[in-house]
Each structure stands twice: as C-alpha cells, then as structure tokens.
Design a binder for this molecule. Structure first.
Ligand SMILES: Nc1ncnc2c1ncn2[C@@H]1O[C@H](COP(=O)(O)OP(=O)(O)OP(=O)(O)O)[C@@H](O)[C@H]1O
Length: 867
C-alpha cells in the first residue's frame, strides 16, 4: 500500500517534473519569441524614424527650393515692373520730391502715368504706385480731407510738371476754402470758381466738350481708341478741373447739374477735359479711376486690392518755385519750336524741282516759318556778330532741308572758314561711320586755306557749266525745265554754304579776285541752274569786295539777320537791332523794311540729337551714295600706297614713260589730287626744295622719289649731307628698289649715263659745295638724269649755280617751304616774288613749264614718325 502510494507519488512527481520542464521550455520559447518581437519592433521604429527624418529633410529642401524660385521670380517680376513703371512715369511724373523738377515731354508722346506712392509685394523692394490721368481718366478721391488734398496736390504737380505749361489749363472749384486748398498753384493763374459757380462751370465745360468733339469729327473716341490714336498735336489744351466739393455742394446740386456732370464724366476724357473730384459722387464709367484714401495708405481701381503707401505731399517751396518759373515762361509766350518740331511727317518726300522750302523756326504765335530757295529768292546772306547763332541757324536750316529732300533732290557743299569743325558732324568720324547723304563736300578748319574755298567755287563753276550745256541741249531755260526734259538725269539742287565767307574775300590778292569773280558768276547764273549760295558772315559790312560789286550783292535777295547784324537788311530797316537773343529776321526782299518775318530759332547744337536723325537718313541712303569729300585743314594727308613702289613693283619690262611725274604733295582742290612734276628729257627738269623745315623737305623729296619708283624702272642716287635728314634718307634708300647711297664722305656728281631714268635725290645739297653739281643740273636732264634736291635757302642755291648774278635756268621747278615770297623773287617769273606767307605743312610749288603762278600744296606725310 505504502509502496503503491510511493510509486504513485513518484509517478506524480515525475509527471509534475515533466510538466514543469515542458512549462519551462514553453516559457523560454515564449521569452525568446517576445525578445525577437521586441527587436523587430525596435528595428521598425528606427527605420520609421530614419524615414521620417529623411522625408522631413526632403520636404525642407523642396520647400526652400520653391521659396527660392518664388523669391527670384518675384524679384525679377518686380524688376520688370519697376522698369515698366520707370518708363511709364518718367521725369516729373515719377521722380521723388527730393529730386523733383519739371520735365519736358518728348515730342509726339502721350502723357504717361503719375506716381502717388509705393506698393510692397511679397517682400520685394517697393514698387512705385502709378495712376493714369491725362488722356485716360477722371480721378475720384475719397477719404479724410487733409490726406485727400495732399494727394490731389501731388498729382497736380506731377501732371503739370510733365507737360508744357501752355498745353493745360487748370480750374479749381473750392467753395469751402475759396481756392485756399490749392493756393500754391495761384501763380499759374488758374480759374478759381467760388460758391455758387458750379452750375455755370459745368455748362461751360459741357459746351467746350461739344465744340472739341465737333472739331474731332463728332465721334467721341473710346479710351482704347484714344490710346491707339497716332500722337499728334492737341487741337486744344487739356482742361484739368479740380472739384473740391463741400457738403453744401452735393446737397444743393440740381438734377440738371447732376446730368451735366454725368455727361462730362462720359465724354470729357475724349475731348481733353479731366475732372479731379473729392466730395461729390461720380457715376460709374470706365473713365473714372477711384482712389480710396485711409490715413497714409490707399487703394485704387487700377491697382486692385494692392495697398498703396502714399507719398508725402510735395514740399510747398517746390510747388512755389515750379509755379513761379512756369508763370514766367507762360508770360514769355509759347516755347520756341524744337529741332524735332521742324521735321516733316515723312522723310525725303519733297521734290526740289521748283525750289527748296524748309522751316527754320517758328513765329511767336507758334506757327512755323518757312524759308524758300529757288528761282526767287535764289541765294541767301546770313549775318550776325560772333555768338549770335549763325552756326546754329545753319544747322537748323540744313537739318530741315536734309529731312525733306533726299540726295536725288539736294546736294550740299559746306565750307567753314572759322577755326572750328562745325560741319564735321555731317561726315564720317571715329565715333560714327555714317554721314549726311546729301553732303558732297565739307571743309573744316579751312581758315588758313582760302585756296580750298576757291577750289570749291571752281568746282561749282564747272558744275554750272555742265548744267548750262545740258540745258542748252534740251532747250531748257531753268532747272525745272531741264528736269522735266531729262527725267533720267541727276539734277539735284545744289546748296553751297560758306560760313565766315569774308575770310575768302578778304585781302586784295589773286585768291580774293578770282573768288569774287566766281561768286558773281555763280550768283548770277546759278539761279536758273539750281545752284544756290548761302553766305554767312559776322561782318558783312566789312567786306569791301562785296559792296563794290552791286551786281553780286543784288542776287542775294534772301537776307537773314541775327540780333545786332549790320548791313544785312536795308539801311532803314532796324529790325535786327531790336530782336531778342536766338531770334532772326527773315526777309526775302533784299532786306526791305515791311518784308520782315521774325523767327524764333530752335537750339540745334546738340550733337547727339542730330546724330540720331542723321543715322536714320544715312540708313536710307540710296545704293552707291559715296561719302562726302572732307577737307580738313588741320589734317596731314599720307602719301597714298598706290604712289609707293610697294604699290606697284617696277619691272624691267615696263616701259618708262617719256616724262614720269614726281608727286610732291596734295593739291588743295576738290578731288584731293597729287601735285605732279613731269620730268621729261628737257633742259631744266630738276627740282629744288627750299627752306629750313627738315621734316617737310624730307617728305617732299621722299614722296617724289617713291612715286617715281612706282612708275617704272629707274635708278636712284640718294645723297645725304645733313645728319638731321639721315633717318628719312635711309628709310627712302631702303624702300627704293634700285639705289646707291652717298654721304658727306663720298660726294659724287660725275654720274655716268644709264639705260633707265636716273634721279639724284639730294638731302641738304647745299652742303656739297661741289662744282660737279652745277654741271649735273645743266647737262643731266637731257640724259634722263634729274636732280631733286633740298637747299636750305635761296642764296645757297644761288651759290651752287655760280654765285651772284647766276641764272636759275637749270631749276625748272621748285617747292618753297618757310621761304618768304620776296626771297623767291629770283625764281619767280614776275618781279617781287610771289605773295606767300609761309605756314606749317604748306608749300608753294612752281613748275615753270605749267604754272603761271605758283600753287599751294600740302606735303604728304611719308613716314608717320617723320624719320
Ligand atoms: N536758338 C538757340 N537756342 C539756344 N541756344 C542757341 C541758339 N542759337 C545759338 N545758341 C547757342 O549760342 C552759342 C553761339 O551760337 P553759334 O555758335 O551758333 O553762334 P555763331 O554766330 O556761329 O558764333 P561764332 O561765329 O562765334 O561761332 C552756342 O553755344 C549755341 O549753342
């Protein structure tokens, strides 16, 4: 029993132990499963956290990017808007008060927008807040009175300051303050309307609108039509009507007055009537811009919900100064026309067949004054003391002509004897390669070179001859007939302007005599051939040559006198003495009193303004339009490449011409031709260059030698007997294809005959003191050996030719530099020597076989460094 029990106990124990063991195993498995689950949970949590932080970073980055893009877009947009705003409200319409001053509107432009404050948009820098007014809307302003009045004051000043004073009339209805609200504008003489005056004011405005509308064709244009309309002169000044209504006004307003007001609102803008209203309701209309003011901010129709931070009102002293100067200007009459006002509607649309008509300014009533040139009057004389505006007048006239008549209709020859470059603006320059297409020739810095004036007159004389011949062929009496008979011909009217022409005619010399004769011929016969002269001078009275030839002066029936001009008008015509600055008297009847027209001249001096016009004309130039010939008295011409041996290498097969021409310098003529000395096989065909200017003497000799070398096979002997001429002589020697060199240690003149022409180029030949030279001079030319030598004075040349009493027969040609005319007497065909006053870079050239009198030439610059 006991053992059974024990056995049972043992079994139970066993089972219990097993059960406990498996329970423990189960527990352990459960524990490990739990650990694993916990581990997994931690991993998931970590992954989630990483993912979350990555997402946050990505979101941040994306947001930053979007924000950055937004910022830059907004800044860019704001920049565009600012640019747009600046160009829409330029000058007085947009400048801050601190920098404010009135500004002139550009011709042909419509009024722009006006600044009233600034707007800030999404952290961008503030943009100007602009509103329209003239030619666009009426303004209705509501809000607290002082701020509204400040805003209206600012708007008025901006509007008035950005248009011409004469183009607007201001009316102020201010029953409460009797005009005191806008008192600073009083100097402008606005119409102030007091209490009880509103009804008649509205009636007057309605009548005015009717009248203007009828003059516009009876159709009130819409705002869109107004904006699209071509800018043109306004038929009437704008009427800017400020209605500062008090409570009584709106209470007492009659139905008829309300109806008139509504009519004005609907039709006023189209007819230039603009209301600026506070204290009165205006009916809804597209032409009403409403501004609602709240303390220092406002909103307006055209800017939607954007809040405007209002500008402070303009400082009273700005308004006072503006009104004072504007009132003074108004009293002085309308502003003179500007150069741009003289431009035609379309360039080059006029024909010059019957003459040239162009405005040069306006009269005091604002109408343009036109000046004719043609059969009558054919020529013009302009006079006025220095500084009275002659150059300005010529600029104006030329500008007016050049915009009307194209190069087929008009050719200009311009010469200025002043020390200056007035006409340089019409020719190609370093800053502008363009030119005025009608200009055929321009002379600047000509004051020392009267010969160029003569050359131009000769050229015009030749043109006159050609035209007369053509006219004869076609049996035509005047240019209009010639052009009708020969429609394919090129017969523009020629206008030759000579400023300070007295320089050309001054002095009793051959130049003055020939110039007067040529002028007389041109003045007499040019009329019918379409050649017109415009002569300007500061002292016409002093030109004896002119007054001595009544026939000449009688042709100049068009007279233009600037203030204080003498002798331009008839003796009993005193108009020039009394006209103010920048005015002129235009008289087409030789200055007779009773035929005066007073012109106010525009300011044509601004080179940049002119450059813009000229560029447009130049772009439209006809194909083949050559640049004008420019003669600049201050410029030194370079020896053309074609006249150097490198330009044309001589070859032995080339024929040697019978008399090659040595080029000595540039002739002072219209074609800028080289002056040549023919060196034929005849006695005396030698050249003496005379004077002490080493550089120019070397240039003359070098140009001569190089140009000879360029013409065919030749041999040269270069003699250099002066160290100062050494570098130039050496360079010449190096450039000549066939040459020998001699210097002080090796002087030889017993040079044997050669089978090609032989030229002895002698620098400072007077230093040789060698009797062989005399023989070479006399015998050489017939054997085709010619001496081209430089002697530093005439007596030294004489010594080489045999001393006192020597004859100069062997010197057939000479070029004198700084040698006085009297010293040249022995070499001159007429006793006393030539009239010659030496001046730098000018030489007197005489060739016995072609010249009757010597001619002035400009020695070429051969090497730019003068070595
Ligand atoms: N109509 C004008 N409006 C404004 N300024 C002008 C006008 N005419 C001339 N001027 C100015 O007056 C000055 C002298 O004018 P301009 O050079 O034309 O005179 P001028 O008679 O040719 O003098 P000068 O013979 O001494 O050269 C210049 O500064 C020029 O800009």
């Amino acid at each position: 029993m006991v053992s059974n029990r024990n056995a049972l106990v043992a079994v139970v124990r066993q089972e219990l132990a097993e059960a406990r063991g498996s329970a423990r195993a189960l527990l352990a498995a459960a524990e490990s499963a739990r650990g694993e689950a916990q581990n997994r949970r931690r991993l998931v949590r970590d992954a989630y956290a990483t993912c979350l932080s990555q997402l946050t970073a990505a979101r941040e980055a994306a947001r930053n990017d979007v924000q950055r893009r937004f910022q830059s877009e907004a800044t860019r947009l704001a920049g565009h808007l600012r640019g747009l705003a600046t160009s829409s409200a330029t000058g007085a319409a947009g400048a801050p008060w601190r920098l404010w001053s009135p500004s002139e509107p550009d011709p042909g432009t419509r009024p722009g927008l006006l600044r009233i404050g600034s707007i800030t948009f999404e952290e961008t820098a503030a943009l100007p807040a602009l509103i329209p007014l003239l030619d666009a809307v009426h303004l209705h302003v509501s809000g607290p009175s002082p701020q509204v009045d400040d805003l209206i004051t600012g708007v008025l000043l901006r509007a008035l300051g950005s248009i011409r004073a004469a183009d607007v009339h201001l009316t102020v209805y201010d029953p409460e303050n009797l005009g005191g609200t806008l008192a600073p504008f009083a100097p402008l003489n606005p119409t102030f309307v007091g209490p009880g005056g509103l009804g008649s004011l509205l009636d007057d405005l309605a009548d005015h609108i009717c009248r203007v509308n009828e003059s516009l064709g009876g159709q009130y244009p819409s705002i869109a039509e107004l904006a699209a309309a071509r800018p043109g002169p306004r038929p009437e000044p704008w009427k800017l009507v400020v209605l500062l209504a008090d409570r009584a006004t709106s209470v007492e307003m009659t139905t008829a007055q309300r109806a008139q007001l509504d009519r004005i609102v609907r039709t006023g803008v189209a007819c230039g009537v603009h209301l600026v209203v506070r204290g009165l309701a205006l009916e809804d209309d597209p032409t009403v811009e409403r501004i609602v003011v709240r303390d220092q901010t406002a909103t307006c129709d055209s800017l939607g919900t954007l809040e405007i931070k209002l500008d402070p009102p303009p400082p009273p002293e700005r308004i006072a100064a503006f009104c004072r100067t504007t009132a003074e200007r108004l009293q002085a009459g309308p502003d003179p026309a500007r150069l741009a006002d003289l431009e035609p509607a379309e360039y080059w649309s006029e024909s010059s067949i019957h003459g040239l008509v162009a405005p040069i300014g306006d009269s005091t009533d604002g109408s343009l004054v036109e000046v004719p040139l043609g059969d009558d009057p054919p020529h013009a004389l302009i006079g006025g003391p220095s500084g009275s505006g002659k150059t300005n007048l010529i600029y104006t006239w030329l500008g007016s002509l050049a915009t009307r008549y194209g190069p087929e209709e008009l050719a200009l020859y311009l010469l200025d004897f002043k020390e200056g470059v007035s006409f340089a603006r019409y020719v190609p320059g370093p800053r502008d390669p363009g030119w005025l297409p009608q200009v055929r020739l321009a002379g600047i810095n000509v004051n020392g070179d009267r010969e160029f004036g003569l050359a131009m007159l000769r050229h015009l004389g030749e043109e006159l001859r050609l035209r007369a011949q053509a006219a004869k062929r076609y049996d035509a009496g005047k240019l209009a007939e010639l052009r009708a008979e020969d429609p394919g011909g090129h017969w523009p009217r020629i206008v030759a302007v000579i400023d300070e022409f007295q320089v050309l005619l001054d002095g009793r010399d051959a130049v003055a005599d020939e110039a007067v004769t040529l002028l007389e011929d041109l003045a007499r016969r040019g009329r019918s051939q379409g050649i017109h002269l415009i002569l300007a001078s500061q002292d016409v009275a002093g030109i004896q040559a002119l007054w001595g030839r009544a026939g000449l002066i009688a042709q100049f029936t068009l007279r233009i006198a600037l203030p204080k001009a003498r002798r331009i008008l008839a003796d009993d015509n005193l108009a020039a003495a009394v006209i103010p600055r920048f005015h002129a008297v235009v008289n087409t009847e030789s200055g007779m009193s009773g035929a005066n027209r007073i012109v106010r001249l525009p300011d044509a001096g601004d080179r940049n303004v002119w450059r813009g016009v000229q560029r447009r004309l130049w772009r439209d130039r006809p194909a083949g339009c050559e640049p004008p010939r420019l003669f600049d008295g201050d410029a030194v011409p370079r020896l053309p490449e074609s006249l150097r041996p490198s330009g044309r290498l001589p070859s032995t097969v080339d024929e040697v011409g019978s008399s090659p021409g040595a080029v000595l310098g540039e002739r002072i003529d219209v074609a800028a031709q080289p002056a040549r000395l023919r060196l034929g096989r005849m006695p005396g065909r030698n050249l003496a260059v005379l004077g002490t200017r080493t550089g120019e003497a070397c240039d003359v000799l070098s140009a001569a030698a190089l140009s000879l070398a360029a013409q065919g096979p030749a041999h040269f002997s270069v003699l250099c007997l002066d160290a100062a001429a050494g570098p130039a002589a050496a360079r010449l020697f190096a450039e000549l294809p066939s040459a020998d060199w001699y210097d002080a240690g090796d002087v030889r003149f017993d040079l044997g005959p050669r089978d090609v022409p032989h030229y002895v180029i002698g620098f400072a030949l007077d230093a040789a003191r060698d009797p062989g030279l005399k023989k070479l001079l006399s015998d050489g030319p017939e054997q085709r050996t010619h001496v081209l030598g430089w002697w530093r004075s005439v007596p030294r040349l004489r010594d080489d030719l045999g001393g006192i009493g020597a004859r100069f027969d062997t010197i057939g040609a000479w070029v004198a530099l700084d040698v006085q005319g009297a010293d040249l007497a022995p070499l001159h065909p007429r006793p006393g020597g030539p009239v010659w006053y030496p001046r730098p870079r000018r030489a007197l050239f005489f060739d016995r076989s072609v010249h009757r009198t010597p001619e002035i030439i400009i020695p070429y610059e051969v090497n730019s460094d003068h070595t």
